[in-house]
Design a protein around this ligand. Structure first.
Ligand SMILES: [Zn+2]
Length: 405
């Protein structure tokens, strides 16, 4: 983030300062500490390794060059929140696995390029760690592509290489269900007991290409298979700590230790239900209660998945539990730091892909509050910069360096 944006921060500060209720805690913002936080945030390269914004761009025709209320992320608010680089997820649901998933993935990739090309003054596509640093230096946003669910590869290493050529720099091996690469952490029962035979080939090919392997969403056994096989550091692009919030989507302490040992990184997800167990339980009850409403909306939005999702979210927010405080997110970061040290944790918001986020972090403009909270907990500026993006950049560079031609 460049210093030219300090004025934007000052405005943001005023908003935060005058609506302390945003923080939903008894601690008001300390203006001196806030000023210091903004300076650190300004200097840092702030990276978010996972947002689902492209699906909204694609299905609802949202223009991310303009501020809008339908997404958590757009290029205007990215600048306000001092977010310098973001991985846009090309998401294909497991339900679409059998239906030529590569077509949807390719169309979404095209949409990302077309949107970013439309706003050369605001953002630029990036395919390397060096690109992120260069674009940050120019004061623009760096946009990168990750693929969430590897099914668009369609079991073909040739397609895997093609997606790399198009700029895909990580693949989340699967999503909510098992696919032809590996088992999911949230499917009913395993199909492969970890990685499939093709999954093993895919991980090795990703290593060879210099493409990051993302272990978020995959089953515990698949995680251990990846750790055994991968010759490069591995990333969890949007996962939290299971010791704090017991969800199969989160990583156990043993997994976090293994990630650190391999030089990888866990990028903490902002989704309230992965951060706060109590919230998650209540949210599940709300989901159950809203089942009839959901069915009705599904019928009403038969051919508009994203319209259905938006309408359902509105209902959920009216009836769901209160969002947790941003302190719970900091607790997850703290846990990783105490467990394995400062070098293995970062941020992967899951913006535009989850139903609720902590208070003060409802969209991308909330990022400076994380810096403030870390400062409040006694983190040094140098260590805060590692969490905001430095750790991730180290992993990205190590994966690039491990590339073999
Ligand atoms: Zn996800």
């Amino acid at each position: 983030m460049k210093l030219t944006n300090r004025r934007v921060y000052a405005i943001l500060f005023m908003i935060l300062f005058t609506s302390v209720s945003l923080l939903q805690s008894n601690d008001a913002i300390d203006p001196k500490l806030w000023e210091k936080a903004l300076k650190i945030h300004d200097e840092a390269i702030v990276v978010d390794t996972h947002t689902d914004t492209p699906m909204i761009m694609y299905h609802r025709n949202i223009d991310i060059g303009k501020r809008n209320e339908k997404t958590n992320v757009d290029l205007v608010r990215m600048k306000e929140g001092g977010l310098d680089a973001v991985f846009f997820a090309v998401f294909v649901s497991n339900r679409q696995d059998k239906d030529q998933p590569s077509k949807l993935a390719l169309e979404v990739i095209d949409r990302i390029y077309r949107q970013v090309d439309q706003y050369p003054g605001l953002a630029e596509m990036a395919i390397s760690a060096a690109d992120i640093e260069r674009i940050h230096g120019s004061g623009k946003r760096a946009i990168l592509i990750g693929m969430e669910n590897g099914s668009p590869v369609e079991g073909s290493l040739a397609l895997l290489r093609d997606f790399y050529r198009l700029g895909v720099r990580y693949i989340t091996l699967t999503h909510g269900s098992n696919n032809d690469i590996c088992d999911s952490s949230t499917d009913e029962k395993p199909q492969w007991n970890g990685l499939s035979p093709f999954g093993k080939e895919a991980v090795q090919e990703m290593n060879r290409l210099g493409m990051m392997v993302d272990v978020s969403h995959i089953s515990d056994q698949a995680f251990w298979d990846v750790m055994k096989l991968s010759s490069a550091p591995v990333m969890a692009s949007h996962s939290c700590v299971r010791a704090i919030c017991d969800s199969p989507r989160n990583l156990t302490d043993d997994m976090i230790r293994a990630l650190a040992k391999n030089g990888g990184v866990i990028q903490i997800n902002f989704f309230s239900a992965f951060l706060d167990q109590e919230y998650g339980k209540k949210a599940e009850e709300t989901e159950k209660m809203l089942k009839p409403v959901r069915e009705k909306l599904r019928e009403q939005y038969k051919n508009d998945r994203s319209g259905f999702w938006a309408a359902y979210m509105e209902e959920f927010q009216k009836n769901g539990p209160q969002s947790p405080s941003i302190d719970v997110l900091i607790n997850h970061i703290d846990h990783v730091v105490k467990l394995v040290g400062i070098d293995y944790v970062g941020l992967g918001s899951d913006f535009d892909g989850a139903s609720d986020y902590p208070v003060g972090l409802k969209d991308v403009t909330g990022f400076p509050l994380i810096t403030y909270k870390l400062l409040e907990r006694g983190y040094s500026p140098e260590n805060i910069k590692k969490i905001l993006g430095g750790n991730f950049l180290r992993v990205f560079k190590a994966v690039e360096a491990a590339r073999q031609n």
